[in-house]
Design a protein around this ligand. Structure first.
Ligand code: PLP
Length: 226
């Protein structure tokens, strides 16, 4: 049985999440997205067996391969940057976390119209302004929230963000609070933007304290990536 420690690790994560919800006071429900990138289909099967029904991948091609190999009704999340020429390959994904530009939003909308089923997306916001990270600038979110109401091919379910790696707590909190504000702007524009996807293995407890409804965990569940 691969990943023998998964159940135990997941139990610890769920307990930590419960503690973070209580400390943060947002009273939200939190979904754990098991990030299986670089791991084989065994990791996906182990996630399913452990009761994790949401799986995250950051490359379309790698995800499609695993979808073909693993025959359980998981929800697949695309969490990595998406090239516009790949929007036609999204049928198997439940949610795209990484709508990171107006041009990509347009392409996703066109595909959603073409396939006659809108694409569920999160708007990725780059709160910290790191040039290595994609996403909308926080100052652009309000105008884009208005514009997105004219694109029926996408359904904006919320916001995703990534905090700077190994940042101190103050920076993490400011980043996550910025994402929460972006979600408020989407809600005020009328989008069904309930979700806040924020927090990875190193910072998910702070993410949950700041209101995350989804955390994306790889290393903590499956061990270091090769
Ligand atoms: C890889 C990845 C994760 C998971 O990272 P860990 O630190 O291994 O938990 C989460 N979100 C995104 C966007 C990723 O690319």
């Amino acid at each position: 049985m691969p990943y023998p420690e998964l159940a135990e690790r997941l139990a610890a994560v769920r307990a930590a999440i419960d503690g973070a919800i209580a400390r943060g006071g947002h009273q939200q429900r939190v979904a754990v997205v098991a990030v299986t990138k670089t791991h084989g289909p065994d990791a996906v099967r182990a996630a399913w067996a452990a009761g994790l029904h949401d799986v995250g991948e950051n490359r379309v091609q790698e995800a499609l391969q695993k979808m073909a190999e693993v025959d359980v009704p998981l929800r697949w999340h695309l969490i990595g940057h998406l090239q516009r020429n790949k929007v036609k390959q999204l049928d198997g994904f439940a949610l795209v976390h990484s709508m990171d530009s107006a041009r990509l939003a347009d392409a996703l909308h066109e595909e959603g119209v073409r396939r006659q089923r809108p694409i569920d997306v999160l708007l990725q916001v780059n709160v910290s302004g790191e040039t290595s990270k994609g996403g909308y600038g926080p100052d652009d979110v309000r105008a884009e929230a208005e514009r997105l109401t004219t694109l029926p091919g996408v359904v904006v379910r919320g916001v995703m963000t990534m905090a700077p790696f190994d940042a101190e707590e103050r920076v993490l909190r400011a980043t996550f609070a910025g994402a929460r504000e972006a979600r408020t702007a989407l809600l005020e524009a009328g989008h069904p933007a309930a979700e806040l996807s924020m927090g990875m293995s190193g910072d998910y407890e702070v993410g949950v304290e700041e209101g995350a409804t989804m955390v994306r965990l790889g290393t903590l569940l499956f061990g270091a990536r090769g």
